[in-house]
Write a protein that binds this ligand. Structure first.
Ligand code: M6R
Length: 612
């Protein structure tokens, strides 16, 4: 969702700010803008639509200055338009603000400001930030004091960056609920909501905490606590290991395809240094201090949203089957709003690629209220979720840029199953059983590589189904997770209607939709559910519904029943979703390309959903 960037240094700010916005495009947005402090004035340029349009508009002007801010907006209050795009300014045109998040009490604040004579030009909640600062600046000469006072008036979530003509050479940023990262350079500093925007300048960063306000100049920075008035704060500097180039296309036409093809490596990186084949178990450095608590867990709740949430459906089966601990997956947004009894021996596992999903963060906070141990499976290091949970496991799959999650999702399933094995070995699963599972896990990267060689035939399949308007995507048990995930991938990339579901439910209603124009994708590997899945496929065929089946290599039987059969290598039942996700990702990708969609940035979507 929205991206923020601010630069202060010796160089021209505009190209740096625009490059940062380009690198944050993947987060999803509908308009953008920049404000640069020049010798006499602040120049602000905005555009509805792509950053490329914004760049074009900037090219037509002479914009010079070494301090600037930029923003990509994903509309929440007010339609996507130039008028609503950030940065927003106060009445005098002195103060400019870019903001991520939502100011929940903006209406009441706006009414107050209007009564005091402030004039508003947009429909956004953000504009009140500039006017509130302006109001305090009437009596407070020091801009940081005026901002600190203004911040206390806001309810909701925000990450903001502010510049002022009267204070050239300075940027002020603050965070409460929306991420902000400070990049420390030589004679220059940068602030952004996303590390990818900072990496071209520096990999030395500080992840700001909620309640932090930072004043940046080319010579340095000072962090203070605006929430509790605790004055100067010391924060740890971290070196980001992701290379700036890892967020580039490297010859692929889209990030989604690149990331699909990175999956063998992503699986290797997920396991690296964690499998202990001799002991038949797994080690997670971050969990060590919690081993005793993990040994005595009586229940596990897995939460996430979208893809991350669907991977939890595989995790819950694995935890119950291997470790014998009652496990259930819950949609993170719903968990957060339940007020159930304290659960001191329970554990919540929050799964999130970005580590910034608001609904998942809320679930963590609710779990803490219940006294649960909170763990995170997170890809982005230093993200809010990574920092709020008691302990975490990183995916280590590098930046995922396409809005559609691919390499992070297979890693999420694998980590949950590795975690299940880790718990199971603490609770009596034998060493040799553990070793068998590890052996199969180690083969996954090679299996993924093999599946990727079928990309060409899946591309042809996408051409064949180009005109279909509706699909079912069906599976059971571990592959109920695959069914929901396959359906989501198709929906978000190809904009076709897909109903994902449990194939056993078909006879209880949905089968009435089946006819020759309503294809079904059925995930039916040769496992404990195979015979039941096969019967369901036959029921679909009896009603003339086309079937694309995904099954295990060597199982030729389905070729006689289904219209098309895609194969995945033979592996343990619990690992099949990791492989089954891949052909469905390819199908969704190629169908989206066939239909001329913006594959990496599907309409209406954001990579990281930081609002509830
Ligand atoms: O960053 P997260 O993993 O927490 O994001 C959760 C969902 O928003 C995300 O998985 C979404 O469903 C993806 N676009 C799916 O491809």
């Amino acid at each position: 969702m929205c991206g923020i960037i601010g630069y202060v240094g010796k160089r021209q700010a505009l190209p740096i700010v625009l490059e940062g916005l380009t690198r944050m495009e993947y987060r999803g947005y509908d308009s953008g803008g920049v404000a640069i402090v020049g010798a006499e004035t602040i120049q602000c340029i905005k555009a509805k639509g792509k950053v490329a349009l914004l760049k074009e508009k900037c090219r037509l002007e002479t914009i010079e200055g070494a301090v600037g801010i930029g923003h990509t907006r994903w509309a929440t209050h007010g339609e996507p338009s130039e008028r609503n795009a950030h940065p927003h300014k106060d009445c005098s045109g002195d103060i400019f603000v870019a903001h991520n998040g939502i100011i929940e009490n903006y209406q009441a604040l706006k009414e107050k400001l209007v009564r005091k004579g402030h004039k508003f030009v947009s429909e956004t909640d953000t504009e009140i930030i500039a006017h509130t600062i302006e109001e305090y600046a009437k009596t407070e000469k020091d801009l940081s004091t005026a901002i600190r006072l203004a911040l206390k008036d806001f309810h909701g979530a925000f990450g903001i960056v502010v510049l002022s003509k009267k204070h050239p050479g300075t940027l002020i940023a603050a965070r409460f609920g929306s991420p902000l990262i400070l990049g420390i350079g030589k004679d220059e500093n940068i602030i952004a909501s996303d590390a990818t925007a900072i990496l071209p300048l520096t990999n030395r960063v500080i992840y700001l905490n909620d309640g932090d306000m930072v004043v940046l100049s080319e010579n340095g920075f000072e962090i203070t606590d605006f929430k509790n008035g605790n004055g100067r704060q010391e924060r740890k500097t971290t070196t980001i290991e992701w290379k700036s180039g890892s967020a580039e296309l490297g010859g692929f036409p889209h990030f989604m395809l690149k990331e699909i093809f990175e999956q063998p490596q992503a699986l290797r990186d997920t396991m690296r240094g964690r499998l202990l084949p001799d002991e038949g178990t797994v080690k997670f450095g971050g969990l060590k201090p919690f081993e005793e608590r993990l040994r005595s867990l009586d229940s596990i709740t897995l939460v996430g949203m979208g893809t991350a949430g669907f991977t939890c459906l595989a995790g819950e089966y694995a935890i119950e089957e291997l470790a014998g601990i009652p496990a259930r997956r819950e949609v993170a947004s719903e968990f957060a709003f339940r007020r159930s009894a304290p659960c001191k021996q329970g554990c919540l596992i929050a799964v999130s690629q970005s580590g910034e999903t608001a609904d998942t963060l809320n679930a963590i906070r609710e779990a803490k209220r219940r006294g649960m141990l909170t763990l995170g499976i997170v890809n982005v290091t230093g993200s809010s979720i990574a920092r709020e949970v008691d302990a975490g496991i990183y995916n280590h799959v590098g930046p995922e840029t396409a809005v559609a999650s691919t390499k992070a999702s297979v890693s999420q399933v694998l980590l949950q199953e590795m975690f299940a094995l880790y718990l199971a070995r603490m609770r009596g699963l034998s060493k040799s059983e553990g070793q068998t599972i590890i052996k199969e896990m180690q083969k996954l990267p090679a299996y993924a590589e093999k599946i990727l060689t079928s990309a060409g035939s899946i591309k042809r399949l996408a051409k064949k189904y180009k005109a279909s308007r509706s699909f079912f995507c069906l599976g059971r048990k571990y592959n109920f997770s695959s069914a929901l995930e396959g359906a989501l991938k198709l929906k978000e990339c190809s904009y076709v209607h897909v109903e994902g579901g449990n194939i056993a439910e078909l006879k209880h209603g949905p089968i009435s939709l089946i006819d020759k124009n309503f294809p079904s994708i059925v995930i039916a590997p040769k496992d404990s559910m195979y015979e039941k899945n096969k019967s369901s496929i036959q029921e679909i065929k009896a009603r003339k519904g086309p079937v694309i089946a995904i099954t295990t290599e060597g199982n030729k039987e389905l070729e006689k029943i289904a219209d098309t059969v895609l194969y995945i290598p033979k592996t343990l039942e619990m690992l099949t979703p990791i492989l089954a996700f891949i052909p469905m990702q390819l199908f969704a990708y190629y169908l989206a390309v066939e239909r001329g969609n913006d594959v990496d940035k599907p309409r209406n979507l954001a990579k990281s959903v930081t609002v509830e």
